[in-house]
Write a protein that binds this ligand. Structure first.
Ligand code: ATP
Ligand code: MG
Length: 122
């Protein structure tokens, strides 16, 4: 089975998370800038003219499609690298993926998810 990990992270944690993932052999990924809020519904900022509410906070979304036997290790690695212990550290969502197709070769499934030197070849 193939899964997709969608991790919402603090922007300043992206570099350290990517380095940690590289160390365990995660190769293919996709990063998107997003704005959102969790259960606190944004934050209250105090400025010179008073305080105001910011609804949507900038975050990065890191997407990785991988074999399910690598999911736990990858999620643990992301958590360790991304955690500050403060509210707003982010969330990780895990989805099933029906199919993967590498366009250049028309390879499908596991073949399309094989990368030289990746987590499965270590
Ligand atoms: N239910 C959700 N669905 C989709 N995206 C979400 C959801 N909740 C949070 N997010 C995204 O994740 C980001 C970080 O959320 P956040 O870490 O604040 O989660 P939380 O559940 O409020 O946990 P905490 O109490 O640690 O703050 C949000 O800014 C938003 O982009
Ligand atoms: Mg929150």
């Amino acid at each position: 089975m193939t899964k997709k990990i969608e991790a919402i992270l603090r922007e300043e944690k992206l570099d350290v998370v990517m380095a940690a993932l590289r160390d365990i052999g995660i190769v293919g990924m996709n990063v998107i800038e997003v704005r959102g809020h969790g259960r606190q519904g944004g934050i209250e900022l105090v400025g010179r003219t008073g305080s105001y509410h910011v609804d949507l906070l900038p975050r990065v979304q890191l997407n990785i499609v991988l074999s399910d036997h690598n999911v736990d290790r990858t999620v643990d690695t992301i958590c360790k690298a991304a955690q500050t212990g403060n509210i707003g550290d982010g969330l990780i969502f895990i989805y099933p993926v029906d199919e993967v197709v590498r366009i250049r070769t028309s390879e499908r499934g596991r073949q399309a998810l094989t990368y030289a030197g990746d987590i499965d070849t270590r």
